[in-house]
Design a protein around this ligand. Structure first.
Ligand code: CP3
Length: 344
């Protein structure tokens, strides 16, 4: 029998297996009473920066539901703090000062990632000890474009105009910041892989709000540099873009092993557009709010659609919502694990 980690990695490499592995974006989070109990004692930032506590909540979904992979408990925005950015969560992030004028760009300096973000490597090492060798472990970062959106003051969807305005008015200064975020991200992910991450996922949550031409100018080249650097080391890389339906031809050109599909893109269409990639996804996180029977029905439909596809990892199409009933998470994982493919 394959271990859960072997099953996950076989799918990551694009191999056909008789079962489907699963993990869920935001699987350690506010829908889970066990998480909320730990969270009573720490602010979100303290929780993420205290390795024993972060390890505890990282392990919870593996131990409670039997997830095949653990994603370490952290956040994409910690990489901004050593640039002189004050970051707070309530629960959404606020940043001070925002990037508004090109003179601010000279204040951002490259830094030693091991020194400033070493707590993330500590969480990976203590998590590996806790979950053992048979569960896959994921590290992650934000893609430079998505980090740039938050740096420019994105808090609500409507604030997306801020990053846009900056890039239209100050393209050179914008590119300089995106370059710096790219080189920091490469070293950040290399550190996570050295600390034991089996796969790293790059979250480009906001890139789907760009046209394809804008994606190719402002987001894709930076993601490509990160992916190429990691693939040179032979590492396994996954990419998530929310609202990516119109970007799949571009995604096909990126050398990522895994593409994580949002819930608005039919898996049949993703299979057609990305035949060489492992696909991950894509249950609508809102369906997780309904009766359990609905969760099971839609989960089975995705499993059927993907049964003949080599390289499939079940996930939601975006993070699990805090109002999700715990029984539905259990029903989801049990349905995926109970489904045996009939292999040709
Ligand atoms: O997936 C996991 O379980 C691992 C942990 C994880 C968190 N954030 C924990 C978190 C991961 C992978 C992230 C990534 C992240 N963070 C993204 C990309 C993925 C996505 O959701 O699109 C983004 C855009 C962020 C920035 C961020 N951090 C936002 C927008 C928020 C508020 C969101 C919300 O749900 O309220 C956070 C806070 C945050 N990050 C929480 C968690 C569990 C909630 C904080 C709390 O417990 O109070």
């Amino acid at each position: 029998m394959m271990t859960q980690r072997e099953l996950f990695l076989a799918n990551a490499r694009g191999e056909k297996t008789d079962r489907t592995p699963i993990w869920v974006m935001r699987q350690a989070g506010r829908y889970l009473p066990d998480y909320l109990k730990v969270r009573e004692k720490y602010s979100f930032e303290e929780l993420a920066k205290t390795p024993e506590a972060a390890t505890e909540v990282t392990a919870q979904p593996v131990e409670i539901f039997g997830m095949d992979a653990a994603i370490i408990f952290s956040d994409i925005l910690f990489i901004l703090e050593p640039l002189g950015i004050d970051l707070k969560y309530n629960p959404g992030p606020t940043i001070h000062p925002f990037l508004q004028s090109p003179d601010q760009v000279d204040m951002y300096h490259d830094y030693d990632v091991e020194d400033k973000l070493g707590f993330v490597a500590d969480v990976l090492r203590t998590t590996r000890q806790r979950i053992g060798d048979d569960i896959a472990m994921l590290g992650f970062c934000g893609a430079p474009f998505t980090l740039f959106c938050y740096l420019c003051g994105l808090q609500k969807t409507k604030d997306f105009d801020k990053a846009y305005t900056f890039l239209l008015k100050h393209p050179k200064a914008g590119a300089k910041v995106l370059d710096l975020l790219t080189s920091l991200s490469i070293r950040y992910l290399q550190m996570q892989i050295a600390a034991g991450a089996d796969v790293v996922q790059i979250f480009d949550t906001w890139a789907g709000d760009l046209s394809e031409a804008e994606y190719r100018a402002w987001a894709m080249p930076y993601t490509q540099r990160i992916v190429d650097a990691l693939k040179r080391d032979g590492s396994m890389v996954s990419l998530y873009i929310k609202n990516s339906y119109h970007l799949l031809d571009s995604v096909a050109e990126l050398n990522v092993d895994i593409f994580s599909v949002d819930w608005k893109t039919p898996m049949a269409y993703a299979k057609e557009k990305l035949p060489l990639k492992t696909l991950q996804g894509n249950l609508n996180p809102y369906l997780m709010l309904g009766p359990k029977e609905i969760v099971i029905e839609h989960t089975k439909a995705i499993l059927e659609e993907m049964a003949d596809y080599p390289g499939f990892i079940f996930n939601l199409g975006h993070g699990i919502l805090p109002t999700t009933p715990v029984e539905n998470m259990r029903a989801l994982v049990d349905t995926v694990h109970g489904y045996e493919k009939v292999l040709a």
